[in-house]
Write a protein that binds this ligand. Structure first.
Ligand code: PMP
Length: 342
C-alpha cells in the first residue's frame, strides 16, 4: 500500500491510500456531511486495482499462479486494468473477456496495457457458451499454466477491501462515519468495507446501489432469485444477473435501485459542481443518496465510494449526442442544463 515515500519501486506500490473529498454544492440539500472516497486516484484509475493485486498475490502464495503464467478474467474493464498492471510488473500474460456493452475506451486501454480481449454478447444468459463467463471458463481449461481469478466468487476480492479500503475510510473519518454508500457488482467493495466498518461500529449503515435489471435488491428483501428482475440495462459496473459469493447480504442494510438515466445525469452534475470527472456508477451512487435522504439528519456522516474515472466514459455519458440518442438529454449542447432537463 502507498506510503509517504519519495520513490516507489514499481507502480503497484502506489495502489491505495486514496483521498477523501467533501462534496459541497451538489450535496447542499442532503442533511449532514457527504464525503467521497475518490478511487480514481489509484494507478489504474479505479478501486479495482486493490482487489486485482490481492487476487494475484493470494494465487501466487497458493501456488496457483506460476512464473510465465496466463491470467484469464471476465471483467467490465476495471478489474482488467488492475490485473494488467500486476501482469506487466510481474511478467504474466493477460486475457480478458468483456461484454459488448462495455465502453470502447475500456477495451482500448486494456489492449494498450498488453492484454488480449475477447468481446462477448451482453444479452445472453450466464450459462450460454458465448457469455463472457463461459468464454473465460473455456479459455482457462484450454490454456496451460493459466489462472482464472473469477472475481465474483474469489474471496480475495472482498478481503482486499477489508484490509485496505475499510480501514482507510474509518481512519479518514476518525470513526465518525454513519453511512457507507457504494455500487454493487461482484460485491467485493461493499462486503469487505462493510465487514471492517461494522466490526468497529455495528451501527454504521451500509447501502448498496443496484440497477434496474439486476437481481440484488429483490433477493436481499425476499430471499428469492427472481429471473423476472433480469433485463438489459446500460449502466456499467453495477448490478448482476447472478449472485456472486463476494456479496455478503447480511452486512448490507438496504439496496437502492437507480435508473440508467438518473445515474448518467448525476455523473455529469458531479463533474460540473464538484470538479470530479467520474464513471457512471459514481452518479448512480450519489443519486441513491438523494433518493434516500429522508433517512439522514444533520449528524449523518455519509461516505460514498466513487469507483472509477470519467475518461472511460467520454464517448458515452459525457457525449451529448449519445445521451440524446438514448433520450437522457433533451437538447444538444445543454450540458449546463442537465439539472433542468432532469
Ligand atoms: N462501479 C464500477 C465502475 C465497477 O467497475 C465496479 C466493478 N464491477 C463496481 C462499481 C462494483 O464494484 P464491486 O465489483 O466491488 O461490487
Amino acid at each position: 500500500m502507498k506510503e509517504n515515500v519519495k520513490i516507489y519501486d514499481n507502480i503497484l506500490e502506489t495502489i491505495g491510500n486514496t483521498p477523501m473529498v467533501r462534496l459541497n454544492k451538489i450535496a447542499e440539500d442532503i442533511p449532514g456531511t457527504v464525503l467521497a472516497k475518490v478511487e480514481y486516484f489509484n494507478p489504474g484509475h479505479s478501486v479495482k486495482d486493490r482487489m486485482a493485486l490481492k487476487m494475484i498475490e493470494d494465487a501466487e502464495a497458493r501456488g496457483e499462479l506460476k512464473p510465465g503464467g496466463t491470467i484469464i478474467e471476465c471483467t467490465s474493464g476495471n478489474t482488467g486494468m488492475g490485473l494488467a498492471l500486476a501482469a506487466v510488473v510481474k511478467g504474466y500474460k493477460l486475457i480478458c473477456t468483456m461484454s459488448d456493452k462495455q465502453s470502447k475506451e475500456k477495451m482500448d486501454i486494456l489492449r494498450a496495457m498488453g492484454a488480449e480481449i475477447y468481446v462477448c454478447p451482453t444479452n445472453v444468459a450466464p450459462e450460454h457458451p458465448e457469455s463472457y463467463y463461459s468464454v473465460a471458463t473455456r479459455l482457462a481449461s484450454e490454456i496451460p499454466n493459466s489462472f482464472y481469478p473469477y472475481q465474483y466468487d474469489n474471496l480475495s476480492n472482498r478481503e482486499a477491501h477489508y484490509e485496505s479500503t475499510g480501514p482507510e475510510i474509518w481512519d479518514q473519518t476518525d470513526g465518525k462515519i454513519t453511512h457507507f454508500v457504494v455500487g454493487v457488482g461482484t460485491g467485493g467493495t461493499i462486503s469487505g468495507v462493510a465487514k471492517y466498518l461494522k466490526e468497529q461500529n455495528p451501527n454504521v449503515k451500509i447501502w448498496g446501489v443496484d440497477s434496474y435489471g439486476s437481481v440484488f435488491k429483490k433477493y436481499h428483501e425476499t430471499g428469492e432469485f427472481d429471473e423476472k428482475e433480469i433485463y438489459s440495462y446500460i449502466t456499467e459496473g453495477i448490478g448482476e444477473d447472478i449472485l456472486p459469493k463476494n456479496v455478503d447480504f447480511d452486512l448490507i442494510d438496504h439496496f437502492e435501485k437507480v435508473t440508467d438515466r438518473d445515474g448518467a445525469l448525476t455523473t455529469r452534475e458531479l463533474a460540473k459542481k464538484e470538479g470530479l470527472l467520474l464513471g457512471w456508477s459514481a452518479g448512480s451512487a450519489f443519486q441513491a443518496i438523494r433518493q434516500m435522504k429522508h433517512e439522514l439528519d444533520e449528524n449523518s456522516v455519509v461516505v460514498v465510494l466513487f469507483h472509477d474515472h470519467g475518461s472511460r466514459y467520454v464517448g458515452k455519458i459525457f457525449n451529448d449526442d449519445w445521451m440524446e440518442e438514448r433520450g437522457f438529454l433533451n437538447h444538444k449542447n445543454k450540458m449546463a442544463k442537465d439539472l433542468v432537463d432532469k
